[in-house]
Design a binder for this molecule. Structure first.
Ligand code: FES
Length: 94
């Protein structure tokens, strides 16, 4: 099991009401790249997901097993999500 598994909704880029339209793919790619350089990279997984439900609050993401939700993310929120993933990893070793 991964110590942190983040799902970022990249659904429906053609639809202005959905997360994919808000550059969620770029957020996903940048975060995945950043995490891949860390010594704990094998302990995390950063996935794209389909619709997570609360589309009007997108970009949405959810971190497991912490079950922590993030809403209204922007393409530029790479560092915010990175900090959350890193915090989850470090908490696991605490
Ligand atoms: S499209 Fe992202 S939560 Fe529905």
């Amino acid at each position: 099991m991964y110590k942190a598994h983040l799902f970022i909704c990249t659904n429906a880029p053609e639809n202005p009401a959905k997360c994919g339209h808000k550059n969620a793919e770029k957020l996903h790619a940048a975060l995945k790249e950043k995490c891949s350089k860390m010594p704990w990279a094998k302990d995390v997984r950063i996935n794209k997901s389909g619709c997570l439900g609360p589309c009007e609050r997108g970009i949405n993401a959810v971190l497991y097993p912490q079950n922590k939700w993030f809403h209204e993310l922007k393409e530029s929120d790479v560092d915010l999500l990175f900090a959350e993933v890193e915090k989850a990893i470090k908490a696991d070793f605490a």
